[in-house]
Design a protein around this ligand. Structure first.
Ligand SMILES: C[S@@+](CC[C@H](N)C(=O)[O-])C[C@H]1O[C@@H](n2cnc3c(N)ncnc32)[C@H](O)[C@@H]1O
Length: 220
């Protein structure tokens, strides 16, 4: 890298950090109440979706992105070697408590998916549930996953996305800034398109709740 490229990448990295800090603070703030806030949806629908996703994951070296309070930990395949990262230390404290209670081994790390500090081709599979709605630069995050997942490895995303229909789509766009402020998540992310823009190959997109929630399976 030339010194000019170095400078540009430092400036870009500072800019990204500034954009990411509010997300980190928001999740730190809501970490103590997060499970309570999600209690009804978790029991009524999320658990089924998590089951559906994790039933397709083979053991091996897995990276969970945005582990949050660790709601996926009970679903990890037996014998898997899981590294789970999150931007928020508050969320990681909760995930650690859950892993200890369940007696499940997981390497929890404070890390931004937009700047993963693992070498290329480290993991067999990556999983993220309801994460890319809150990553400030989702394409950058997906490109980082592409880098650390082995060639021919799998990436599974469970995400709520913008409903691309007249009225509903524009309404989601209007409500988005307020939702981001309260919940830290964007409700109008075009995640399937972002996956393509990151250069990943989409194998399947399953609609779990109409056009709102999608289970996306991609290959590196
Ligand atoms: C809506 S919560 C979902 C948590 C968990 N995956 C679940 O299914 O319950 C989003 C999580 O992604 C994390 N997150 C947001 N941006 C991130 C980033 N750039 N890198 C890593 N984690 C991030 C947040 O801190 C938060 O814990």
């Amino acid at each position: 890298m030339t010194s000019k490229q170095n400078q540009t990448s430092e400036i870009n990295s500072d800019k990204l950090k500034r954009k990411t800090n509010p997300t980190e603070r928001r999740y730190d703030r809501i970490a103590p109440f997060y499970d309570l806030m999600e209690w009804i949806t978790e029991r009524s629908v999320f658990q089924d979706w998590r089951n559906k996703l994790w039933s397709r994951i083979s053991p091996g070296k897995i990276m969970e992105v945005g582990v949050g309070t660790g709601k996926n930990i009970p679903y990890y395949p037996k014998g898997a070697e899981v590294t789970a990262i999150d931007l928020s230390k508050g969320m990681l404290i909760k995930a650690k408590e859950r892993a200890i209670t369940l007696n499940i081994k997981v390497d929890l790390q404070h890390m931004d998916v937009q700047r993963i500090s693992f070498p290329d081709n480290t993991f067999d599979t990556a999983v993220a549930t309801f994460v890319f709605c809150s990553v400030p630069n989702p394409i950058k995050g997906l490109q980082e996953l592409k880098r650390v997942i082995k060639k021919d490895g799998d990436i599974w995303l469970l995400e709520h996305v913008r409903v691309n229909k007249p009225v509903i789509g524009p309404l989601m766009d209007i409500a988005n800034p307020l939702v981001v402020r309260i919940m830290g998540a964007n409700i109008n992310r075009q995640t399937v398109e972002n996956v393509k823009k990151a250069g990943l190959q989409i194998l399947s997109v399953e609609k779990l709740k109409g056009n709102l929630v999608k289970l996306i399976h991609c290959k590196v």
